[in-house]
Design a protein. Structure first.
Length: 138
């Protein structure tokens, strides 16, 4: 498995940092995924989110990735006290028009899809949301 810094963020996922995060969070619907660079769980989760994006399961959702231990995240970490309360990584934070709505640890894209559905966070789509298969531990 490739470390996070070698992963290409494609299909609508954007790497954000201190210079771009405020602009990104101003989107009507945004999910900021906070990760650590060496975490295999983060890499797996991002891969699942990318698949969901490609399948069209995240319509209208801007998805950004902030790497906590990478240069350029220091100001965000210092200005967001809630990070200290995050139970682990990857931690996904949902924003609506710049306002933090929800935050949760997720190892599976199914968790993200369920939270979005529960909160009626995304605009209605004509097709039902497809569930992206998750890996089951043996």
């Amino acid at each position: 498995m490739a470390p996070l810094q070698e992963c290409t963020l494609e299909h609508g996922l954007r790497r954000v940092d201190d210079d771009s995060v405020e602009r990104f969070l101003g989107a009507e619907h945004a999910a900021l995924i906070v990760v650590g660079s060496a975490s295999p769980w983060c890499v797996d989760y991002l891969a699942g989110v990318e698949i969901a994006q490609v399948l069209g399961d995240l319509p209208g959702l801007a998805v950004g990735v902030l790497v906590l231990d990478a240069p350029g995240s220091e100001r965000f970490v210092a200005e967001n006290d809630w990070l200290a309360e995050a139970a682990g990584l990857p931690y996904t934070v949902l924003y609506r028009n710049g306002q933090r709505v929800d935050g949760f640890v997720a190892f599976s894209v199914a968790t993200l899809l369920n939270r979005l559905e529960y909160l009626a966070f995304l605009p209605c789509v004509s097709a039902p949301v497809r569930r992206v298969p998750t890996r089951v531990a043996a």
